[in-house]
Design a protein around this ligand. Structure first.
Ligand SMILES: Cc1cc2nc3c(=O)[nH]c(=O)nc-3n(C[C@H](O)[C@H](O)[C@H](O)COP(=O)(O)OP(=O)(O)OC[C@H]3O[C@@H](n4cnc5c(N)ncnc54)[C@H](O)[C@@H]3O)c2cc1C
Length: 381
């Protein structure tokens, strides 16, 4: 079976690897001329680590990642609202530099299976095959076409034609810094809450610390790379350590900035020999750090379905039916958690502090287990 994957992000590469483990020889077509060493920290929660371990990457990732064993919630002045350890789920929670994750996936694939500089333009279905067309005029025929081409997916646009992503009202900045500070604790991730602003901190391995910051803003507010750090220092003035210290320790040009987007859950993910995976079908706001993890789950389930069912249509529709509810639930949870985090009036900020302070560890564990316990290799397909 010839499988063509559009997009060499986390989802596309994870799918290629999962398919190879099932005996397929998929082709990944990625528009970027090189998979660059860009990005910031990415959390790989147990639900995704379990899959990546099964794909043979466990040790490679652990060698470069920071373990996360507990979380703290604080107010901007540094008062701790709550803290709890993560539930035991049989797989670690880690964070690492995105380039390390992307690199590990890429190196596990034969170089000839990833074609760079191939910008997908559209597809046509003809009889028993589908043909992917590229901007350079090339065409590739296949039996299955998977759109893993991210938030602004062209495969999705042709397939579903239902508009663009929805802006959720805030911007996110991310950075990775080398900083020694007495407030940075091994194994601990912190989320610090202010008025319409948040700041998150966690270890990303090899002595590095990853951080993220959010602020309520109109969509598409312009900002150049050199403006990121000075702006963040202003927005987070007076916040507890190590907020200012981390921003100061990060070169402004290396800070990434994204708007918070997602989409309402899609009822249909594919048609005939074409399907979607990852952000192309279920982009989510980054509040739970689960977008990439859920894409990795998709990859495992899709590979298993294609291995199990000879009939391509059956395989793709079973994959979609197994994944829709799960992806929609995590995206909805992420959206709500983000909206709560961005509360900005004094009354709401006080209420949020009381709510966060009153969450018992057992409830925290139950909620996290819903997300972390998912095993994409145990789901019936
Ligand atoms: C601020 C922020 C923080 C986040 N933190 C986390 C986190 O901690 N943990 C986590 O799991 N997730 C996190 N995410 C989400 C995560 O980044 C995405 O969910 C994940 O990258 C989705 O993977 P993907 O492969 O579906 O899409 P992408 O990673 O977007 O990859 C899509 C690929 O397709 C390529 N492409 C696009 N169009 C074409 C075309 N026409 N032809 C060919 N190729 C094309 C792109 O170049 C890209 O390489 C975060 C997101 C943001 C914005």
């Amino acid at each position: 079976m010839r499988v063509v994957i559009i997009g060499g992000g986390i989802g596309g590469l994870a799918l290629a690897l999962a398919l190879r483990r099932e005996g397929f020889e998929p082709l990944v077509c990625e528009r970027a001329p090189a998979l660059l060493e860009v990005g910031a920290a990415i959390a790989v929660w147990p639900n995704a680590f379990r899959v990546l371990e099964r794909l043979g990457l466990g040790e490679t990732l652990l060698a470069r990642a920071g373990r996360i064993r507990s979380v703290r919630w604080l107010g901007r002045e540094g008062r701790e609202y709550n803290h709890f350890s993560f539930p035991e789920t049989g797989a670690p929670a880690v964070a690492l530099h995105r380039a390390d994750l992307q690199g590990a996936l890429l190196r596990a694939l034969p170089p000839e299976s990833v074609h760079l500089g191939k910008t997908f333009a559209g597809f046509v279905e003809e009889g028993e095959e589908v043909r992917a067309r590229f901007e350079d005029g090339a065409e590739v025929a296949c039996d299955v076409l998977v759109g893993a081409d991210g938030l602004h997916s062209r495969v999705r646009a042709q397939l579903l034609d239902n508009g663009g992503p929805a802006y959720r009202g805030y911007t996110i900045w991310r950075g990775v810094a080398r900083l020694e500070h007495e407030t940075l604790r091994a194994g601990v991730a912190s989320e610090i809450y202010g008025r319409g602003r948040r700041f998150g901190v966690g270890p990303v391995g090899l002595g590095r610390t990853g951080w993220w910051a959010t602020a309520n803003e109109p969509e598409a507010a312009a900002e150049s790379a050199s403006e990121h750090a000075p702006k963040l220092l202003r927005l987070f003035e007076g916040w507890c350590a190590p907020v200012q210290e981390l921003i100061e320790a990060t070169p402004s040009e290396s800070i990434l900035r994204n708007a918070a987007y997602d989409r309402p859950a899609a009822a249909r993910w594919g048609e005939e020999r074409v399907t979607l995976l990852g952000d192309a079908v279920h982009p989510m706001t980054p509040n739970l750090g689960q977008g990439g993890c859920v894409a990795v789950e998709d990859a495992a389930v899709l590979a298993r379905c294609l291995a199990k069912y000879k009939d391509t249509h059956v395989a793709l529709r079973v994959y979609e039916s197994r994944r829709r509810t799960r992806a929609a639930a995590v995206a909805a949870y992420s959206r709500r958690y983000g909206a709560f985090g961005q509360w900005h009036t004094p009354a709401m900020v006080n209420l949020r502090a009381r709510l966060l302070s009153s969450v018992p560890e057992s409830v925290g564990h139950r909620v996290l287990s819903l997300v972390f316990d998912y095993d994409a290799y145990a789901v019936a397909v």
